[in-house]
Every structure is written in C-alpha cells, then in structure tokens.
Design a protein around this ligand. Structure first.
Ligand code: ADP
Ligand code: UDP
Length: 254
C-alpha cells in the first residue's frame, strides 16, 4: 500500500498520509520516552508488539460497539487508521492506585480505588500534560459537552470490557490512557477512539504476582522490558504472528 508524505513524528509513532482521503498510516517505533520526555530509550520490538496489541484491542472494542479509528494492520509496524482531529485531552481511567495519583493523594501503590475514576489531562507537552477539570475543558472549549459525555461513556465501557479481557488472561488492568478524535464525514462529525492501546498506555500487572508488564518497567528501570511487552502479546494470542522477533518471553521459553 502506498504511503503518502510524513505528516507527524511523535515520541512513539510516525503518521503518514494514507492511500485514501481521510486515512492515515500509523508507524509504530521502538522509541520510548518517560517523565515528559526527560528519559529516552529504545525497547527492542516494542513497535511490532504494540502494533499487534493495539490491533487486537481496537478490533475487540469495535466488535462490542466502541467506534475506533482502526481500519486494518498493513505490516509488522504499520496500521491504516481513520484520520481524526485529536481532542486535546488524555482520558485516564484508574482502577487501582499507581503512578501520579499516588503522589497526588498520598495513596499506596496497589490500593484498590473505591470505584473506577476518570481524570482528564490537557495534551500539551510543553506544559507537561496538566490535570484539568471539566470546567476548564468547557471554558476553554477543548471539547463540547456532548463530546465529553461520549468520551466518558466510552472510557467506562472500554474499562469494563478490557478489565474482563485482561482478567481472563491473568492480567489486572490497573489504569490506562485513551485519546479520542473527531471524524468528519461530509457534514457529520462523530467522536471515535484513536491513538493506541498498548503496554505503553496501560498499567498491566500479573494478577498473581503483581509483576509489572508495562512501560513502568522502563520508567522504573526494572529490566526485562521487551519480555514484558512480549508476555502481554503472548497472553493475548498475538505473539505467534511475530515469531521471528528476537524477543522470547521468559514464560514462553519455559
Ligand atoms: P506523541 O504525539 O505524544 O509523541 P505518538 O508518538 O504516539 O505520541 O504520536 C502519535 C500522534 O498521533 C499523537 O499525537 C496522537 O494524538 C495522534 N493520533 C493518533 N491517532 C490519530 C488519528 N487517527 N488521526 C490523527 N492523529 C492521531
Ligand atoms: N499515560 C500515557 N501517556 C501519558 C501519561 C500517562 O499513556 O502521557 C498512561 C500511563 O501509562 C498510565 C496512565 O496513563 O497507564 C496513568 O498515568 P499517570 O497519570 O499515573 O502518569 P505517570 O505516573 O505515568 O506519569
């Protein structure tokens, strides 16, 4: 499939114009960053694994009625997606305390939250993606009230569905970040799930051992980072397609 010109290079992906108007090709890189770009590194095979993992999760979500940007996977590192106008918010949903919420409220990592909590962060690297309220969003016009209602409903739906999907493979969905965008079709516009869902954007812990199987292994220098991503892919049943990848999950190798 012909790839158009590069339109954006981010920390983890490159976007190219797609073959049809209204489409893009997302290329998944191995680059990893953390702490608002202060820590840089490479996680070998991450792009290939996240491409597969995101494909699987977006496809399952679409099947249960969550509209997504995903069209099809093109090759090991690329997928075709619907182009959207990204709503400049990171919708974070948390089931268990970890990361920034622990610092903010003095919670212990691993503490179960009384119920799933959604937080909004304004997507702005220069400002370090600050936490914002619904009133900030309405006042500054970052998202319309109807878009907020849709994003909140979809985020809870994604949480319910993915908590079950991961639970069935022995993984606790601790928290995750979603991005949504506006898809324009003629004079219609709808809000759909965009970007990616992967161990870069979720906290995933082994249910029995609490072993971290996500980007926190990179953030916290815990080691075995590619192996953790491969373990998630293996449990989801998408590692078979990337058998020639050098990473062999330790548990797979047993
Ligand atoms: P970042 O921009 O934070 O460095 P990435 O490297 O993952 O992150 O870059 C991907 C960029 O593409 C993000 O800014 C994301 O908001 C944007 N994006 C994701 N999906 C789409 C889409 N379907 N249409 C347009 N932009 C998208
Ligand atoms: N997250 C993300 N991108 C970001 C910030 C957070 O994907 O720019 C994800 C992160 O991986 C975690 C969740 O959102 O699954 C909540 O992150 P948190 O606010 O705890 O921030 P962190 O501790 O990662 O800085």
């Amino acid at each position: 499939m012909s790839r158009g010109k590069k339109i954006y290079e981010g920390k983890a992906k490159i976007l190219y114009e797609g073959p049809e108007p209204g489409t893009l090709i997302a290329h998944f890189k191995d680059d990893a960053t953390a702490f608002n770009n202060q820590k840089h590194g490479q996680i070998e095979g991450k792009g290939v694994l996240n491409n597969r993992i995101s494909e699987l999760l977006m496809t399952r979500l679409e099947e249960v009625g969550v509209p997504t940007h995903f069209i099809k996977r093109l090759n090991m590192r690329e997928q075709l997606v619907h182009k959207v106008e990204i709503i400049p918010l990171e919708m974070v949903c948390r089931n268990v305390a970890a990361g920034s919420i622990c610092k903010r409220f003095g919670l212990k990592e691993g503490e179960k939250l009384p119920r799933p909590i959604i937080e909004y962060y304004f997507k702005d690297d220069e400002l370090g993606d600050p936490l914002v309220s619904e009133d900030h969003i309405a006042a500054f016009g970052w998202a319309a009230p109807q878009e907020m209602d849709d994003m909140i409903a979809m985020t809870f739906r994604v949480n319910d569905f993915l908590s079950g999907l991961f639970g069935a493979i022995g993984i606790r969905l601790v928290d995750f970040k979603l991005e949504f965008g506006r898809q324009f079709e003629g004079d219609m516009v709808r809000t759909i799930l965009a970007d990616e869902i992967s161990p870069d954007s979720c906290r995933l812990w082994d249910i029995k051992s609490n072993r971290k199987l996500d980007k926190d292994r990179f953030r916290q220098d815990l080691g075995d980072v590619p192996e953790a991503y491969a373990e998630v892919a293996r449990r989801l049943g998408v590692l078979k397609g990337v058998a020639n990848l050098k990473i062999v999950s330790k548990e797979t190798a047993k």
